[in-house]
Design a protein around this ligand. Structure first.
Ligand code: GLA
Length: 385
């Protein structure tokens, strides 16, 4: 059954009515440029066909009633208390509601049903899909006139305030601004962006889900961000014009960070070099030079693993193994790290063979199923009706 139909049927069952709005916001992939967004750098994501769907209706009172189809769970609160439930999905929806309620008194009681098909913990940003779908549909229902950028920023703020992950803007931006068959080259400092048509002539994208999500992910994420900020602070002591790693050169790191703190140095150097890799990868993509693109992906992976230290055994194993396959041009871990998927650039029609070769190897090593995820590049947040 389609997810839209599931929303409608469930709405009828739980709330005895039809939703006034159904909206969808997608998950995302990212070709290259990891951990650069919160350092004002560049990213190269795209929205995918998989996403989060929300059905929503206004109520006469100030109750908020939420129903998650995936968790088969109902949760009720009201517009004054806005207390989060035990499960994280309520934090995201109510976190968005809290932020909007501080900005306007237009938010009244509502009924909401949510469902999604972004595999959870896969690094495809189901949480950005959820927060963006929520703010978009609440914005429509209560006539808030939110711009696309407002929606992305509210999603990011929710992640900071309601979940405690100090993420950048990449996931939410990609979810909202995604465009069919295009990557988004986003400058996270100016928020200027460019759509780059994805034309991997002779190649296709294959995502392989490790099926692990290591629990230290969110605290380690914040710790990396702190190391980058500490490096910036050290450079700023001498070069006051510097506000983020985007403004910092490798020479400045060598001069001011390396002698003081090797950890900060290593993390900051990774970010500067990852931005350089992204710029080269963008050129390679535009020239349809898949060999160069692939090499940059491998380089990015091992830098994420050995220098930024956000990979894990399972991700490393997958990337290491495919690097011996001639039909794979490049691969790397994708997203925040510590689990989730790898993104692989594979010769057209060869994905199935790659999956077949890897599945047993992966299971024998980790006793885990390797899960291939098929995605296509699609439009961002939109109303279904
Ligand atoms: C997570 C965050 C993003 C970004 C990536 C790493 O997905 O939500 O903001 O920092 O990790 O590139």
């Amino acid at each position: 059954m389609s997810l839209v139909k599931q929303i409608k049927d469930t709405f009828l069952q739980v709330f005895n009515s039809d939703p006034q709005i159904i909206a969808k916001s997608p998950g995302r992939i990212n070709v290259i440029g990891e951990h650069t967004d919160y350092n004002n750098g560049f990213v190269l994501p795209a929205a995918i066909d998989k996403g989060v769907y929300i059905g929503l209706s206004a109520r006469e009172d100030d109750q908020i009633e939420l129903f998650s189809i995936d968790y088969n769970e109902k949760y009720t609160t009201d517009t004054t208390s806005l207390i989060f439930g035990k499960e994280l999905w309520t934090n995201y929806i109510l976190g968005v509601t809290r932020i909007l309620s501080k900005q306007t008194d237009a938010i009244k009681g509502y009924n909401l049903v949510v469902v999604g098909d972004v595999p959870l913990g896969s690094g495809l940003s189901s949480s950005a899909a959820l927060t963006c779908a929520t703010s978009f549909s609440l914005g429509k229902l209560f006539n808030l006139n939110l711009s696309k950028l407002d929606i992305a920023k509210i999603g990011q703020q929710t992640e900071h305030e309601a979940v405690g992950v100090r993420c950048g803007i990449m996931d939410q931006f990609a979810s909202v601004f995604g465009q069919d068959n295009s990557l988004i080259k986003l400058d996270c400092r100016s928020l200027e962006y460019e759509y780059i048509p994805i034309q991997l002539e002779g190649y296709e994208i294959l995502l392989l889900n490790t099926n692990v999500k290591h629990s230290l992910a969110s605290s380690a994420y914040n710790k990396r961000r702190e190391s980058c900020e500490a490096a910036v602070a050290l450079v700023k002591e001498k070069y006051d014009e510097v506000d983020s790693l985007r403004d910092v050169t490798l020479a400045q790191l060598d001069e001011l960070v390396k002698p003081v703190n090797e950890e900060y140095y290593q993390k900051a150097r990774f970010v500067i070099q990852e931005n350089e890799r992204l710029l080269k990868a963008t050129e390679a993509l535009k020239a349809n030079n898949i060999t160069t693109l692939g090499k940059l992906l491998y380089q990015a992976h091992w830098a994420l693993s050995k220098e930024y230290e956000v990979s894990c055994e399972e991700l490393d194993f997958l990337v290491d193994t495919v690097s011996t396959y001639p039909e794979v041009a490049g691969a790397r871990m994708m997203g925040g790290g510590f689990g989730g998927c790898t993104i692989n650039i594979v010769q057209k029609g060869k994905s199935k063979a790659v999956i077949e070769k890897l599945t047993d190897l992966y299971f024998n090593k980790f006793s885990l199923n390797l899960i291939p995820i098929e995605v296509s590049i699609s439009n961002g947040t939109h109303e279904i009706y």
